[in-house]
Design a protein around this ligand. Structure first.
Ligand code: GCW
Length: 689
């Protein structure tokens, strides 16, 4: 008996490895019988290419797990799933429909079939209606990509879930089975491209030794419809080719790249192309040769063109001008180049103008480059969002940005419609997420951060999905189908980002975070290698007030937006308080639209943030009986850590800014019991090597 009980417990203890692809037996027997009606066989009515084989194997695996029955491939007259092609569907699209007692999954191509199979599995996993359905889907964005900031020695820049997934030393001989599970997870949410290495790129990836390793990865990812890209070091001709220069206009440099690209395609015939960080944060680029970003990108584009490869050129640049405003720099460097880029170049822009803050206004380049396809770069890994100890559901952040109107071509020109190409008719479209996966058994460190990987993929496929719907799917596949628990967890997810903003950087405060590691509060940071790496550069607090004046009386970064957008943010009286300190310098005594004085509102938000974390803990406790105990305990532990960290944020920021405001913490709030000096010590410890 004890033994039986033990077996039961062990079988049910979950460690999160299976992500949202658990395929556990459905407990709802009426759903099981509904699905069994079409799960008697799977017939493949098209060429069994590797991608189609993947689709078939996944469907068999899923059906066997969910329904408890093995499904063969011998066709019968009815009661099966039929996989077929339908060239009339848009690229990568699919149609699922019941017909003559069967379920047809038609794909425009192999990948369409694969995505259709995953959609069917999602419907079953979420116990949705399948009989009588007709679902037609196609992705809104062509290239849906993860960017790994993984280094050759196994570390990950801004990675918080262990080491890199890629074991470069063991490749190409040893293929870790995790690569395949990683590929499955991506394919299940429609991700079709992966840049495997850090944008702060080692030239090593372009050596024959490494190309062999990258080829081995590409071979694993290909049957899942995923293409490999490489981040390149712009100075590779000098570093690897021993040329005297890497000047993009020098014939020997162009030749070096042409030959290198040919070599890459010998290893990886469907290689996607290059991702490039140039002249940014010390990385080499065309500018040190007196050339422009367009010169650099076009040289690479020329080399890749014969193979239909793409150049993804990042716009994350900012020069260290103490008198300038970092907010404006990428715009000033890139806007004048609109129209100068080759056809196979895409410019990849971060969602906001500074750097993946918990809240940023959208980047002013969106809507400003009608002749250059712009890709979105979101960060899935939580660099400024509490690493893997803070629960922050990022779909809310992604959606907020995607749904903001740029007014580039009249009302309704949302950021989403810029990047899906519909506003400017871009010939090619792309979206990238900086990956949060690592070698941790559960992939993402915080189990709730799995939702961010999932949500990124789902939004990349269809940006009109709501954050609530995505959360709903993910919870049902990952945690539980119990309606009360689903709604409890969903509430936590949906409120989590605002809670994090409140306990770290409310009211539009930004970049007041620990130097370098980007963790914990450090609003007092006033000296660094560059002024725009300090905190005081951004908050500008003194006894008269706080905030960065980016209106016409200040840096006028606001002037980079269309008049309709400026209109929303230019007046401190009407500017949404969530962006207030992004654009305005506000006196501590200013009465806000909320009815409170700025200082009081500022304090209030931090305390609300703490209450928010406590609320998440309470809600999480309520679902304990309804979810896996091991996974529950893991999240509960991290919520407790988050509370400790949130208290540090609150106390550090309130005590520090109070030295300027000279005002008491408004009642009934209880002022911090620690001193500013104590808080500074805590942050100093974060900085110790
Ligand atoms: O957010 C900053 C990070 C750097 C990163 C850089 C970038 C890869 O702190 O670690 O470098 O952005 O996006 O290039």
């Amino acid at each position: 008996m004890i033994c039986l009980l033990l077996c039961f417990c062990v079988a049910h203890a979950d460690d999160g490895y299976r992500l949202w692809l658990k395929y556990d037996l459905l407990s709802n027997s009426s759903k099981r019988s509904e699905y069994r009606r079409f799960a008697r066989f799977i017939e493949v009515r098209t060429e069994p290419t590797p991608v189609v084989e993947t689709a078939l194997a996944e469907l068999q695996r899923g059906i066997q797990g969910l329904l408890g029955t093995k499904v063969g491939t011998t066709p019968k007259s009815r009661g099966g799933v039929i996989l077929q092609k339908d060239g009339s569907l848009p690229e990568e699209g699919y149609l699922i429909e019941s017909k003559d007692g069967n379920l047809l999954i038609s794909g425009s191509d192999d990948r369409g079939i694969l995505y259709g199979c995953f959609e069917l599995l999602r419907l079953m996993q979420t116990e949705s209606q399948v009989s009588g359905i007709k679902i037609r889907q196609a992705p809104k964005i062509r290239l849906r990509m993860l960017n790994h900031w993984d280094n050759p020695l196994g570390t990950i820049e801004r990675g918080y879930a262990g080491a890199s997934l890629w074991k470069w030393y063991e490749l190409p001989e040893t293929i870790d089975p995790r690569y395949r599970d990683y590929a499955r997870a991506n394919a299940s949410i429609g991700i079709n491209a992966v840049a495997v290495n850090n944008v702060n790129a080692s030239a090593r990836f372009l050596t024959a030794e490494y190309l062999n390793k990258v080829k081995a990865l590409a071979d694993v990812l290909r049957p899942y419809g995923i293409r490999v890209f490489l981040s390149i070091n712009f100075a590779s001709p000098k570093i690897l080719g021993k040329l005297p220069t890497s000047d993009p206009l020098a014939p020997e440099v162009r030749n070096w790249w042409n030959e290198k690209v040919k070599e890459i395609y010998r290893y990886i015939p469907d290689f996607g192309g290059f991702l490039v960080k140039a002249n940014s944060e010390g990385e080499p680029g065309p500018q040190e040769h007196g050339r422009t970003h367009a010169d650099g990108a076009n040289m690479l584009a020329e080399a890749l063109r014969p193979f239909q490869g793409k150049v993804i050129w990042r716009a994350f640049v900012y020069s260290p001008d103490p008198a300038g405003d970092r907010f404006k720099e990428a715009y000033h460097e890139f806007k004048p180049l609109d129209g100068n880029f080759d056809k196979n170049v895409i410019v990849q822009v971060k969602n906001g103008p500074i750097d993946f803050q918990p809240r940023e206004p959208f980047h002013p380049l969106f809507g400003a480059m009608p002749k250059t396809p712009l890709a979105m770069e979101f960060q899935i890994t939580q660099e400024y969002l509490g690493f893997s100890t803070n629960l922050v559901y990022l779909a809310t952040l992604f959606k907020e940005c995607l749904e903001t109107d740029t007014y580039a071509s009249g009302k309704g020109s949302t950021v989403a419609r810029i990047i899906d190409g519909s506003v400017h008719q871009y010939p090619f479209t792309a979206i990238a997420g900086v990956a949060n996966s690592g070698s941790d058994r559960n992939w993402t460190g915080h189990l709730m951060s799995q939702a961010n990987w999932y949500a990124f993929g789902r939004l990349a496929w269809d940006h009109t999905l709501s954050e609530a719907q995505i959360a709903d799917e993910w919870i049902k596949m990952t945690w539980t189908k119990d309606p009360a628990a689903v709604s409890g967890i969903k509430n936590i997810l949906l409120r989590s980002r605002e809670i994090y903003v409140n306990h770290t950087t409310p009211l539009g405060l930004h970049h007041v975070i620990g130097q370098g590691i980007h963790f914990g509060p450090e609003p007092w940071l006033s000296r660094s290698a560059r002024p725009d790496w300090t905190s005081v550069y951004y908050h500008r607090a003194d006894s008269s007030g706080i905030g960065f004046d980016r209106t016409i009386s200040g840096s006028n970064a606001l002037g980079l937006y269309r008049p309709e957008v400026q209109q929303q943010w230019k007046d401190p009286e009407t500017c949404d308080v969530k962006y207030l300190l992004w654009f305005h310098r506000v006196s501590w005594n200013k009465k806000l639209s909320t009815g409170r004085l700025l200082w009081d509102e500022f304090c209030m938000r931090y305390y609300q943030g703490i209450e928010g974390v406590r609320w998440m803990q309470d809600e999480w406790n309520k679902v304990r009986p309804l979810v896996d105990p091991e996974m529950h305990a893991d999240v509960a532990g991290r919520l407790a850590v988050q509370l400790r960290e949130a208290l540090n944020w609150r106390d550090a920021c309130i005590l520090y800014f109070q030295t300027f405001s000279q005002k008491p913490v408004p009642s009934p709030l209880q002022p911090p019991t620690r001193t500013l000096e104590e808080l500074k010590k805590i942050v100093e410890i974060y900085q110790l090597k």
